[in-house]
Design a binder for this molecule. Structure first.
Ligand code: ATP
Ligand code: MG
Length: 183
């Protein structure tokens, strides 16, 4: 799956709609301290279904909404849209009938998060599964947070195994088995 575009609106410091076209070969984002590089990566993680506020460096999930600045009032919602090029048909069944997939997550104050896939309402779980199966999910080892390497070195074997399973693309299977056992 190839990500072709990400759009942030009211997400953290990206108050006005901001589009990033992701061309082949993009390997890094550079800029001065505080310009929003980490916020951009967090937006990517968030639209893939991240549900831990701590992974967003916040106390609660609504902290991702633009909180206001000296000259700009706070917003009531944040939205991130991710375009996926699916011409190679690698997306799992249920998502796999179109060339382009657009996933949108929006959080509204006092309401919570809602997800859409190609303008159709979907559950958080559907989106998390889409990315878990493609090994790019919110917990994917492809996204390395600051401090994560030392965490990996110091991790307990069980937690380290989870990272390897995500890299091997089998964590979606584990999630389904876990849910089957609960039924
Ligand atoms: P560094 O090079 O230091 O790692 P960075 O480019 O990664 O910097 P970020 O951490 O992405 O920078 O951005 C930090 C900025 O985002 C800060 O100015 C912070 O005030 C702003 N910010 C974070 N959350 C919000 C929010 N909810 N509303 C408004 N601004 C926010
Ligand atoms: Mg940073």
């Amino acid at each position: 799956m190839h990500f072709s575009r990400i759009r942030l609106t009211g997400f953290k410091s990206f108050v006005d709609p901001t589009d990033l076209i992701i061309h082949d070969g993009l390997t890094g984002v550079v800029g001065p301290n505080g310009c929003g590089k980490s916020n951009l990566l967090e937006a990517l993680r968030w639209v893939m279904g991240e549900n831990r506020p701590t992974a967003m460096r916040g106390g609660g999930m609504e902290d991702v909404i633009f909180a206001g600045a000296a000259t700009r009032p706070a917003r009531n919602f944040a939205e991130v849209s991710l375009h996926i090029d699916n011409r190679n048909r690698l997306a799992p069944p249920g998502f796999n009938d179109e060339d382009q997939i657009e996933i949108v997550r929006r959080i509204t104050r006092d309401v919570g998060s809602a997800y859409k896939a190609n303008a159709r309402d979907v559950r958080a779980r559907d989106v998390q599964m889409l990315f878990a199966d493609a090994s790019t999910g919110a917990h994917s080892p492809a996204l390395v947070r600051q401090g994560q390497i030392s965490e990996l070195i110091n991790a307990k074997p069980k937690n380290r195994r989870r990272i390897l399973e995500e890299a091997a693309g089998i964590s979606g299977l584990y999630q389904r088995r876990h849910e089957a056992e609960l039924k």
